[in-house]
Design a protein around this ligand. Sequence first.
Ligand code: ZN
Length: 192
Amino acid sequence: MTARTHDLAAATTLLLVALVQPPAQLTLATLRAAVLAKQLGGIGPDIGQPTAPLWRNLPEGHVVGKLFGKLLGGHRFVSHSLLGLALFGWLSNLLLHALHPVMLQVALAPVWWAFVLGYLSHLFMDSLTKEGVPWLLPIPYKFGLPPLRRLRLTTGKSAEALLVFPLLVAVDVWLCAHYYDRLLAIVHRTIS
Ligand SMILES: [Zn+2]
């Protein structure tokens, strides 16, 4: 999947969880940090891909991307597994606690969960592609949805732009309409 689709999938996942299980308290600072965290989680698994947008936008980023790729065993390897989720979940938790003294008004738990949900959404979306995802590493089998490989999507092809992306937008619209009252309550609580 492309970074654009991953970003929208991460946003959709966060919206879904926030509406089904609304946070008790949410400050504007926490909301902002959570939105950034879901974005980082949504593209995080592609850290081992030198052509990932994260590296394309940095000077000499492809070199750093290659290095990460080597460290993580290549693209769609450790970073695309539950093991990778545990590793990056742990690292992001450490980072959040290290940053907490300079962002005291940010609640860490919702931000961490936003990162984890973004990460999970990435693994799920990549499971819909022909390459599949090695969810259970060190078991080297790549899982995909549907299990029949030829029924899955090819990254960057028209089905992704014409089917998956609009479908995610439709889910977002439906979620906002269906849980309108809850959405409004969250917005009120956040800005009041
Ligand atoms: Zn990926």
